[in-house]
Write a protein that binds this ligand. Structure first.
Ligand code: FNR
Length: 349
């Protein structure tokens, strides 16, 4: 499968499978335990249909929006993913360069192959980068890391809340992997051990820590990533978060965790006032692979979506924005503010 055959994000996946080592491929593509959460993320989008409207003059279509107050050409951003250097010599910097050319927003993983310093050096003028945080059990270390990110110019801190202990990647544990990844970039902590506590994943993390992070950064936006129930979205807002990501870590944390699209639908039912609010944004990630997936999440009230695996597998900024424009035209929608639940058939979600 050659790079010339790439047309959709799913094609990137096939291409990447051909070029990654077995261990690398299983690490990137795998999920936790029986992988129900991983499959559920994708299946949720497949169960929703669209109710298009016609004859509405869709000559001009605008997909642009704001993510945490920043302009974005389309309502999606690059989710933080660890160890991009396993498959590519410049690691996360590849996404930084692509995002710089196209105007997309990148969140760098705390356990990235390339440091935030390197990413900041590679970024374009005015390009915004967010930084993802795994809270260290030693709060002095955590405070130093957060301050360093703020000093380097990280625009926001994305606190990952759904991994209070390390998950196990069942494919790697099963021994199906034969070859080793590139020795130059071995993992910091190997994903093949059963779930365990790690100093980087503080299990005593709690809501009051949002205020602590804000204080340490001097007021940068804080996003809580990995929220899986509408009640926790209410708590995130009450505790001063600027946004949440409805996410189950791409099916890599708690198996059977609710598909984020379903959690989004729950917010619409129980706390609709939290949606489409400029001061508190709700993002969604997990299983988003095409423009219509983004549209479905936006119709249910998300402000934007994150893409994880597709950006590991592909050059940044190529694909879903073009698809979105086509789909919006075919739906009779001119801009993303017009999207709403009336465009969806969700009875099977
Ligand atoms: C991740 N994800 C992740 N999240 C995070 O907060 N910090 C991290 O270091 C990582 N690392 C990571 C590695 C790999 C290989 C994957 C696939 C994912 C989760 C990521 O941010 C996002 O939530 C999911 O990837 C979204 O699902 P999709 O788009 O991959 O289906």
């Amino acid at each position: 499968f050659g790079v010339d055959s790439v047309v959709t994000l799913n094609d990137f996946e096939k291409y990447a499978q051909g070029v990654c080592s077995d261990e690398c491929w299983e690490y990137y593509s795998g999920g936790a335990d029986s992988e129900h959460a991983l499959r559920g993320n994708r299946e949720a989008y497949d169960r929703v249909f669209i109710r298009p409207r016609v004859l509405r003059d869709v000559k001009e279509v605008d997909t642009s929006t704001k993510i945490l107050g920043m302009d974005s050409p389309a309502p999606f951003y690059i989710s933080p993913t660890a160890r991009n250097g396993w498959s590519n010599p410049i690691g996360e910097v590849a996404s930084t360069i692509g995002a710089g050319r196209t105007g997309f927003f990148q969140i760098l993983s705390h356990v990235a192959s390339r440091s935030l310093d390197e990413v900041m050096q590679a970024k374009a003028d005015g390009q915004k980068i967010g930084w993802q945080l795994y809270m260290n059990m030693d709060r002095d270390i955590a405070a130093r890391e957060i301050k360093h990110a703020a000093e380097l110019g990280a625009q926001s801190i994305w606190l990952t809340a759904d991994l209070s202990c390390l998950m196990k990647n069942v494919r790697i544990r099963s021994g199906s992997v034969k070859r080793n990844p590139a020795p130059a970039d071995k993992p910091i902590s190997r994903p093949d051990k059963p779930s365990r506590l790690s100093e980087r994943h503080d299990p005593s993390l709690q809501w009051a820590d949002i205020a602590w992070i804000k204080e340490v950064t001097g007021g940068l936006p804080v996003v809580v990533k990995g929220v899986g129930s509408w009640e926790d979205v209410v708590l995130a807002k009450e505790n001063g978060a600027d946004a949440v990501v409805l996410s189950n870590h791409g099916g890599r944390a708690l198996d059977f965790a609710n598909p984020p699209l379903k959690t989004l639908q729950d917010i619409g039912k129980h706390a609709p006032g939290l949606l489409k609010d400029d001061k508190f944004q709700v993002f969604v990630d997990g299983g988003i692979r095409q423009g219509t997936d983004i549209i479905k999440a936006l119709c249910l009230g998300a402000s934007a979506v994150g893409l994880g695996r597709p950006f590991i597998f592909a050059a940044a900024g190529w694909g879903p924005d073009g698809e979105m424009e086509i789909s919006m035209r075919l739906m009779g929608v001119k801009n993303i503010q017009e999207l709403g639940p009336e465009y969806l058939e969700t009875s099977r979600l």
